[in-house]
Structures are given as structure tokens and as C-alpha cells.
Design a binder for this molecule. Structure first.
Ligand code: NDP
Length: 383
């Protein structure tokens, strides 16, 4: 019998389950690279249900019950008196989501002496100390590709929201009516230089979705895309982030968070950009410097900042991004649409089935295994 501690975001304020807006979601059978969507032996939920909150329990309550395992589901994750910290010492498995991350710091992992599997229901395992996981032989895995398209769609929406000045215009539609105030900061995206940092699964999907907008598409990545893809999408490659940042009007960040990208968009990088640039960050909040972003928006060096990733999460009430001008931020939601939840809940179950059966976990789901970065982790988090 194993003990699993699952940390999920709180239920809707109006109660669970909510009244769903639609009766079903489209069935997605494979990802753009041809890999198959999660394929557990079974699922115990209806795709389209709210699974990512505490009562949703990723649709896994029955799975843990039938296996005779102990399951603790909580949203109380921060501070020494939290349920998470209390339940951690004898947990074999921790499941968390980037949207409501249970930070598995070195100190916490030292308390979790039985921990064998840290599973991310979603993508991005930077809330886990990967070095400690390697040292302790803990497996870290995530549901790769499960929400990449969800994030790409959110990114395109936020690029347009900023450039077209959507948020203030929406407010004028509800309360008042002043066209000039709506459009004094509104532009067309057409013809702009748009730069993508990291052409991984999400970055490539954003490039593909932006190509029909007749923009000049730039990108940088540690590995260059094939000449065929560059030609097909008419891409301009930059050898580094600095070169890209100073050459574009819109920057969209899609790199993983690790040493090389930590606080990458600092005052120096921001001041090298064109005046009136836009930044969209759906990667990780710590890839930018919050105070520098707020100052650049106030001075007009940046025309807008959007994204859904913050640090910490949830952010305190006085976080500078809550009140900075010209922002179109959302909470961390891009990768947890009901559509995405169906996939990452199934992916979580697939990984758990492998873990309990002692069979190999798909390499694309692996971040750390056998004391080293493995699978996707070996690409994404290599120093
Ligand atoms: P991938 O692993 O598919 O792609 C990451 C890409 O980043 C790779 O192409 C990698 O290059 C590249 N890269 C790594 N370091 C650098 C660097 N220093 N400069 C430029 N490029 C770099 O990841 P995904 O596209 O699936 O996800 C990207 C990130 O998005 C995740 O790490 C996560 O933090 C975030 N995310 C956010 C979500 C949300 O809800 N907002 C949901 C899902 C993910 P190569 O492999 O070629 O070396």
C-alpha cells in the first residue's frame, strides 16, 4: 500500500460540481508530433469535468481506493502548519500541478524520506528540486504535451489582447462608451516583429498559430529548427535571447525555468528592447524580474505585459503585477482548461499505472529517473 498526497487548487466558490457550459469536449487522438495522447487502462471520469480542483481529485479517487492505497487531497500547501507539510513525511507519491504548485524544496524533500515519485499533473516540474530528486533516486514525471496547445491558444489570445487593447475596451463596453479611449493604445498585429523564446512544443505551436497573421516571425532556441520548418513558417533565427529581444515588437516566452532563464528579463534586457514592446509570459514567472517589469510599464518602455505565470503562486495581494498599468494578466490558468484537464488527468493515471506495475514510464513523461535527468527532462533542464 502506498500513500499519495495530491495538492490541487481549491473548489469553485459556488460549489462542486459547477454547471458546465458545454456537454462535451472534442476528442483529441494525437499530438502534433504524432505521439499518442495518454493511454491509461481506464479512466473513471467524463472528459470535460472539472478535475483539477480538490473535489475533482484528477478523477483518481476510485483508482487509489481500488488499489488499497491512501489518498490525501488538499489545497493547503504553504507554511509549516499546512496539510501538505504535515502529510509529507510518510508520503510515497506527491502529485501537484503548476497552477497551484506544492513547492518541493530541498527542506521539504528532506522531510519526505519515503518519497519515490513526484508527479506533475501538467507540464513544468521546476517546483520540484530536481537536484535533490536526482541525489535521492526519486522519479519526477509529468504529462508532456497534455496542455501545450491549451497554453499556445492562451498565448495568442493574450498577444492580441495587449496589442488591440482589449481589456480597457471590454470595460468601456460594460460601463460607459468612449471609442477614442478604447483605441488610443490599439494597433494591428499585422506587420509587427514577433519573437518566440524557445521553440519547444508550446513555442512551435505559437509560431504555427501566428504565421497566418502576416507578422515577421523570429525565434531563438538552444537547438535550431530544421531548414524545412524555418522555410515553411518564414522564421528569422536569433542565436540568443538578447539579439531577439532588441529586434522585435512582441516577445513571447516559452523556455523552461532553470539557471539559464532565471530572471532573464531584467532591467538591462528590458532597456535593450524597442520602446513600446509587449511581453507575454506563459512559461514561468521567475523568468522575469517583477519589479523591473512594473517599472518598464510605468515608464512606457513596455506597452504591455500579459501571461498567466507568477511567483509565488498564489501571489500576495501586494504583488506589483496586480496593480501595474497595461497588463492583461490572468491567474495561472492557460494549461488547465477543462479540455487540458481530461488529458493531464489521464496522463497522471497512465504514469501511476506504470509506477505501481513497475513497468517503464514513457520517456516523454520522464524528467528525472535513476538518479539523473531523463527523457524530456534531459532536454529541457540540462545546464
Ligand atoms: P519543451 O520541453 O517542449 O520545450 C522547451 C524548449 O525550450 C526546448 O526547445 C528547449 O530547447 C528550449 N530551451 C531550453 N533552454 C533554453 C534557453 N536557455 N534559451 C532558449 N531556449 C531554451 O517544453 P514545452 O514547450 O512543453 O513547455 C515550455 C515551458 O512552458 C515549460 O517548461 C513550462 O515551464 C511552461 N508551461 C506553462 C504552462 C502554463 O500553464 N502556463 C503549461 C505547460 C508548460 P532544446 O530542447 O532544443 O534544447
Amino acid at each position: 500500500m502506498a500513500k499519495c498526497v495530491m495538492v490541487l487548487y481549491p473548489d469553485p466558490i459556488g460549489g462542486y460540481p459547477p454547471k458546465y457550459a458545454r456537454d462535451s469536449i472534442p476528442a483529441i487522438r494525437s499530438y502534433p508530433d504524432g505521439s499518442t495522447v495518454p493511454s491509461p487502462s481506464r479512466i473513471d471520469f467524463t472528459p470535460g469535468e472539472l478535475l483539477g480542483c480538490v473535489s475533482g481529485a484528477l478523477g483518481l479517487r476510485k483508482f487509489f481506493d481500488e488499489g488499497g492505497h491512501e489518498l490525501v487531497v488538499t489545497s493547503d500547501k504553504d507554511g509549516p502548519d499546512s496539510v501538505f507539510e504535515r502529510e509529507l513525511p510518510d508520503a510515497d507519491i506527491v502529485i501537484s500541478q503548476p497552477f497551484w504548485p506544492a513547492y518541493l524544496t530541498k527542506e521539504r524533500m528532506n522531510k519526505a524520506r519515503k518519497l519515490k515519485l513526484a508527479l506533475t499533473a501538467g507540464i513544468g516540474s521546476d517546483h520540484v528540486d530536481l537536484e535533490v530528486a536526482q541525489g535521492r533516486g526519486i522519479t519526477v514525471a509529468e504529462a508532456t504535451y497534455s496542455n501545450s496547445i491549451s497554453v499556445a491558444e492562451h498565448t495568442v489570445m493574450q498577444i492580441l489582447a495587449l496589442v488591440r487593447n482589449f481589456v480597457p475596451s471590454h470595460r468601456w463596453a460594460i460601463d460607459g462608451w468612449n471609442i477614442a479611449d478604447c483605441v488610443e493604445r490599439a494597433y494591428d498585429l499585422e506587420g509587427m516583429d514577433v519573437g518566440i523564446i524557445a521553440a519547444g512544443r508550446i513555442g512551435r505551436a505559437v509560431l504555427r498559430r501566428l504565421a497566418p497573421f502576416d507578422v515577421n516571425l523570429h525565434y531563438t532556441d538552444t537547438h535550431r529548427l530544421s531548414p524545412q520548418v524555418e522555410a515553411e513558417l518564414n522564421l528569422i533565427f536569433h542565436p540568443d535571447v538578447e539579439s531577439l529581444a532588441r529586434s522585435v515588437d512582441v516577445v513571447s516566452i516559452h523556455s523552461p525555468l532553470y539557471e539559464a532563464t532565471h530572471r532573464m528579463f531584467n532591467e538591462k534586457m528590458l532597456s535593450s528592447m524597442r520602446r513600446g514592446s509587449y511581453i507575454i509570459n506563459t512559461a514561468r514567472g521567475e523568468e522575469t524580474v517583477p519589479e523591473a517589469i512594473a517599472a518598464a510599464l510605468k515608464s512606457g518602455q513596455l506597452a504591455g505585459y500579459a501571461g498567466d505565470v507568477w511567483y509565488p503562486q498564489p501571489p500576495p495581494p501586494d504583488h506589483p503585477w496586480r496593480t501595474m498599468p497595461n497588463n492583461a494578466m490572468t491567474p495561472h490558468v492557460s494549461g488547465t482548461t477543462l479540455s487540458a484537464q481530461a488529458r493531464y488527468a489521464a496522463g497522471t493515471r497512465e504514469i501511476l499505472e506504470c509506477f505501481f506495475a513497475g513497468t517503464p514510464i514513457r520517456p516523454e513523461y520522464l524528467i528525472v529517473e535513476g538518479g539523473k535527468l531523463a527523457g524530456t527532462g534531459a532536454y529541457s533542464y540540462q545546464k
